[in-house]
Structures are given as C-alpha cells and as structure tokens.
Write a protein that binds this ligand. Structure first.
Ligand code: SAH
Length: 681
C-alpha cells in the first residue's frame, strides 16, 4: 500500500507530496535505530548475561521452574540468554512488529523455538491464563527499557503493569535495581544552551547591548532531556560544586509506582559558585547484591578501565530554572521531580524542613517565553557564541549604509537587531514570533512580517526595494547542513523585490568534505554477526535492507564534537553556491579524488557548510581545526555535520598498502534540493 505524505522540502521550501511505502517509517526507524549499538555494547551484554544466569540459578535453587518474562525483547537476545542459562520457558514481548518478526527468526535460527515464545504486543496487552498469551505468571522479569534518562521510554508504567498482572509476587528481576546519580556544577558552556546571554554590539556610535526579555530570563524551559556524551566535555568547561549523590533508586523486583513524585537530597557544596546545571546518570545492578553493576558514570567519576563507549545510553544535563549562588559548606536541597516519563530539578536553600517541603514544584517545566520552543540547546549555544556574532557584526558593518533597507531570512535570528544597531535604515524579518524586539524597544524599528519568506509580496515590504538581504542562514527545519540552502531559494523567490545592486550576506557558501576514521561512532552502523555467542545476523540483514530501502544511501546528521574522529584526508571544498545569483536550473556537481594521508580505517566522509559573509569573513559550521599530528579533529560545537558511512571499511595499517585516494561524485539537484553522493575506495 502506498500513502502520500505532504511536507515542505527543507531545502527548497516547496510543498511536495511524497509517495511513501507503508513500510517507510519502519525502514527509517530500523535504519537509524540503536539496536546495533546495543548489540555492540559488550559491557551491557555480559552483565545482563551474568545477571540472568544468577537469577535463573536462584529460582532453580528454590526448586521452582524458571519462567521468564522478557519485555521489549528486540532481537530476542535476553530471552536467548535466559534459555541458555537453563530457564524452562521465556515469554518474549515486543511491540514493534518488524522487530518481533526478526526475533522469531533469530530465536529459530539459534535453536530456541521450543523455549521462547515471541509475542508481538505491547506488554500491557498481554494476557495470562490457559487461553492467554502466557500460561501463567512469570517468576523472572527481564527488561531493557531504559533510555539515557532511565524512564523516558516508559519503563515505570511498564513495570507497574507487569507487577500487577504478569509476574508473581517476589519475582526475580534483571536488572534488580536502577539508581540515579546527580552532581551539581557551574558551567558557562552548558548554561549557554539554556539562557541567552546579553549580546554586545559595538557600533561606530558606541556599544549597544541586546538583552533577553524578562519572561525568557525567568522561563523554566522545556522538559525534554538534554542527553550528551558527557565524556567529551573537557573538565575545564565546568566547575564541580558538589559530590556525586544518589538521587533516587527503583527496585524492579517489587511493585513499581509510576505516578508523579519527587525526591529530595541535601547537598553540601564543596565549592562556592553559581549552581546552574545538574549532571545526571544512572547505573543498574543486575543482581540484589550489587556485584554486577553497569554504570553510565562519566570519566571523572569512574576508572578508565570500566569504560565502555555507547550511544544508546549517555548522560543527562538538567538546567536549574535559575542560577543560584551557593557557598561552600552551606547546605542546599536538591529536588528531583518526575512524572511517568521525565525528570526535572529545582534547588532550594536550606531552611526549616517544613518550609522547604512546602515549595516543591511538582508540575513539569513549560516554556513561557517561546524561545525554548524555537531554539534547541545547540542553537542557544550558537547565538551565545560571541566570536560568531562578531563575524556578523564585522561583515554587516562593511555592507550597511544609512539608507539600507534590510531583509533578514533566518529563523529566530538576532541579525535584524544587529543590523538596526549597526545603522540600517529599516529592517524586515519574516518571523513567526517577536522574541526580542519588545524587550529592546525596537518594535517600530524592526518590522515582523507574518508570511513564509518565499511568499513575500511588495505590500509585505511596504513597496520598498531591499538593498541588503541577510541570513545566518539558520532554519529550524534543517536537519542536514545543506538544508540551510533554503536561504538561496528564498533569495531566488524574492529577486523582484531586490534592488539591482543588492548586497547578499552571506554572499556564498561552500560544501566541504573530509574522509575520517571514527574512534567509536562507526559502531552504530556496523554489523554485529554474533552477540554473546548468539547469531544475530538476521538483525544486520534487516538494518542493511532498511538502509538500502531508498535508492541512494543518505548522509546522516551527527554533532561531531561528541564523537571523536581523526582525519585521513585533507578537507576538500567540493561545491560552491553563489547567493549573489539565483539558484541555477542545472545541477551542481563535483567529481574528483582526495588523497589519504594517514593510515587508519576509512569509515566515512564528513560534510559541512561554510558561509562566506563578506570578503575574508566566513562562518564555518564544520571542521574548526585538526589539532595534532595524529589528525584529531575539532568540530564546531553548535552544529551537526553530515556523516556518510561507507558500506565497506578500508583498513590499512601501513601507508604503503593504502588505497592512495578516495574518488567521489557529489551532485546537488537544484530542483529537489537533494545532495546525492557516491564514494569509491
Ligand atoms: N531486549 C533487547 C532490546 C531492547 S530495546 C536487548 O536488550 O537487546 C527495547 C525494546 O523494547 C524495543 O524494541 C521496543 O520496541 C520494546 N518495547 C518497549 N516497551 C515495550 C512494552 N511495554 N511492550 C513491548 N515492547 C516494548
């Protein structure tokens, strides 16, 4: 069956109707899923196996039959572990149909057909009884339903239900318990992902400061978790204000309550500073004794020998509603509130017990200022990057004149205000909301136009001709770096409203490419073959099939500051886009080769955009520098880059047996706005 899905093309802005196979979403989900990453997570797998063996033994020692309930079986891995450990029977529940089908095949292939029953249902739909899905309640509950925030994938309601209806009282649970840890820190870098700092604009007639409106200052933000690879955050980027403390734990072998609640701990700051951020992670004990522990603790907390790279579980960054000064040794209370699916934090100065209890704010944070809805965390960071702002200020100063009529094409941008302070006569901005102008008394200076930019008419523009067209460019609809070429399409659509000698800023953009070896990221797209002795190739085939579902394999966005890699080639400029001209009718393509300069595994190509604002002034959204001889890369910390994983990895230990070059063909289809690429090693 085919269905039609309407969407605005992220690059061209055109409304298009895509004919989608009914399996389209499935393929997307499988191709980009974290199953492969989980199967590569040796630490997780071995500990689950140990925990499952121990639980089966405990049940057997009691002289009972071991009946396992595995909720969210995925590939069937944990059920196969249980069956191998001697379990009498396993009920493997999986709600996602393609995975349930895969589990059936994998279970069969590994010879567990008689021991494992795969049930394609959500666990809350599972029935127990002589005619039910399960003959009887289980006495071992095995699950892996956790996300970086622990509860974000619905573990609590699933456990609550399972204890009520699917397992016996006093059952064994693997994992046995989860514990959430927190540490209070001050970090300008992380705080810049949540609040807008004052922006200083030095113009010829003095300095102006753009301030955020008070409702933004006091806004609690959004409840969505900020999960990052905290191990990539250098210790110089934050100051530890407290020891690591246990915030709460959940015993999975007992009935679990998912209803909203809060937990409170007393902290004694180890240092004075501004409490801004709560860093958090969890661990799971696979057995009651706590001997089999799997932890997400970051590098400064645990020994390096325990280190396991994984992307399906990272660490959380929580933003306190406001920064609070704290003094070394002067106690404060940290409160974690949670609902069924998410956690948020508040900090209270230590006072009488009654008083502090009274002000627990249990309702989840809701953004009141709109900014947290318009800007995601990296975007906040980008807008707070004063160096970047300076590049725009410098280039605007070069091009603006006192009679400039300016049109800004970018989502939620500060450029109209910069242009105003730098002397533009008028500035117009197609935008959905006015975030700033009222706070800065600029309502009458900057005209907000409520229209899609490519649909602007002369009346929107008060019959004025635009002499300066500016953009960062940044659009919230962009996923891949080149989606911001939407600026070029808007520039083309508004051509009739531009003066004949219009200045377009940025004047051009270029697409750059480099071949890299990833330290770890390669795992998420690499086949597993076997996992703990079980043949999971069916899963590999399924992922591959989904990756090839679309004719051309696509690049995927990743924030590479979180994923170390080394360059194997020099960066290469592959395409340029001249914004002074309109988008051409013909395709833009580049073919060539890049030399491999270092030995290593060519895992893929990274692509990014650079914007040339004015002569000699550029903003780079990708590679900042190659920091040493080894080729370690530093990436723009605010942007995602495009990663194109090669389907076969070329490994070379010595330079002599290197394939000397990688050839590439990159084609930008100006009609569809898509970039197709092909690489040969
Ligand atoms: N157990 C596997 C896969 C874990 S991923 C392993 O450890 O490798 C979690 C899986 O649980 C996903 O496939 C998801 O679709 C499924 N899932 C989550 N909640 C569920 C529920 N309540 N009932 C059934 N399946 C669920």
């Amino acid at each position: 069956m085919k269905t039609f899905c309407g969407r605005a093309n992220p690059t061209t802005g055109a409304m298009e109707w895509l004919e989608e196979d009914e399996n389209y979403d499935y393929h997307q989900e499988i191709a980009r899923s974290r199953y492969a990453d989980m199967l590569h997570d040796k630490d997780r797998n071995t500990k689950y196996y140990q925990g499952i063996r121990a639980a089966v033994s405990r049940v057997k020692e009691r002289g009972e039959k071991a009946i396992v309930l595995d909720i969210g079986t995925g590939t069937g891995l944990l059920s196969m572990m249980a069956a191998s450990a001697g379990a009498d029977f396993c009920y493997a529940i999986e709600v996602f149909k393609p995975m349930a089908n895969a589990a059936v095949k994998i279970v069969e292939k590994n010879g567990f057909r008689d021991k494992i029953k795969v049930i394609n249902k959500h666990s809350t739909e599972v029935t127990v009884g002589p005619d039910g899905d399960m003959q009887c309640r289980a006495n071992i509950l095995v699950t892996e339903l956790f996300d970086t925030e622990l509860i974000g994938e619905g573990a609590l309601p699933t456990y609550e239900h399972a204890h009520k209806y699917l397992v016996q009282e006093g059952c064994e649970a693997v994992p046995h318990r989860a514990t959430v840890y927190v540490q209070l820190v001050e970090s300008k870098r992380m705080w810049s992902w949540n609040k807008l700092f004052p922006v200083h604009v030095e113009a010829e007639d003095g300095e102006n400061t753009i301030v955020s409106p008070s409702e933004m200052e006091n806004c609690p933000g959004v409840p969505s978790v900020c999960d990052i690879q905290l191990n990539q955050m250098p210790s110089s980027d934050f100051t530890i204000l407290s020891d690591v403390v246990t915030m709460f734990s959940v015993d999975f072998s007992k009935p679990v309550r998912s209803a909203s609640t809060y937990y409170r701990v007393q902290l004694e700051p180890v240092k004075s500073g501004k409490a801004q951020i709560v860093l958090s992670w969890w661990d799971i004990d696979m057995d009651p004794s706590g001997m089999i522990n799997c932890t997400m603790a970051p590098y400064w907390v645990k020994s390096t020998s325990a280190f396991q790279w994984r992307d399906h579980w990272m660490q959380c960054v929580y933003f306190l509603p406001n920064e609070e000064p704290v003094l070394q040794g002067e106690k404060v209370y940290l409160t974690a509130c949670r609902d069924e699916y998410s956690v948020w934090y508040t900090l209270q100065k230590a006072r009488g017990e009654e008083e502090t209890k009274a002000d627990v704010r249990v309702e989840s944070p809701v953004c009141r200022c709109q900014a947290h809805l318009l800007w995601n965390r990296p975007r906040f960071g980008e807008l707070n990057d004063q160096n970047r702002t300076q590049q725009y200020v410098k280039s605007l100063m070069k091009v603006l004149k006192t009679d400039s009529v300016c049109l800004c094409i970018s989502d939620g941008s500060l450029l109209p205000m910069l242009a105003h302070y730098l002397g533009a006569k008028q500035c117009m901005h197609p935008a959905r909301i006015d975030l700033y102008h009222c706070a800065n008394n600029l309502e009458d200076k900057i005209k907000i136009i409520e229209a899609r930019p490519e649909l602007l008419t002369s009346s929107h523009l008060e019959d004025k001709k635009i002499s300066v067209l500016v953009g960062e460019p940044f659009f919230t609809t962009s996923l891949l770096p080149w989606h911001n070429l939407y600026f070029w399409y808007v520039r083309t659509a508004v051509t009739s409203h531009l003066t004949s000698n219009v200045t377009v800023l940025p004047q051009s953009a270029s697409l750059h490419m480099m071949i890299v070896e990833f330290q770890d990221l390669w795992r998420i797209r690499s086949p597993c073959g076997t996992c703990e002795g079980f043949d999971v190739q069916t899963m590999d085939d399924m992922i591959n099939n989904s990756l090839n579902f679309r004719e051309s394999k696509e690049a995927e966005p990743h924030p590479l500051w979180e994923y170390p890699c080394k360059s194997l080639s020099d960066p290469q400029k592959v395409l340029t886009f001249d914004f002074r001209k309109t988008v051409p009718q013909h395709c833009l393509s580049a073919e060539g080769s890049v030399d491999l300069l270092r030995k290593g595994k060519s895992h893929g190509a990274v692509l990014w955009m650079e914007y040339h604002l004015a002569a000699d002034i550029s903003v780079n959204t990708g590679l900042m520098q190659i920091s040493n001889e080894k080729g370690n890369c530093e990436w723009n910390p605010h942007c995602k880059q495009a990663v194109y994983f090669f389907s076969s990895v070329i490994e070379s230990e010595t330079l002599s047996d290197l394939p000397s070059a990688v050839t590439y063909a990159i084609n930008f289809n100006t009609k569809t706005g898509e970039i197709a690429m092909d690489f040969k090693l």
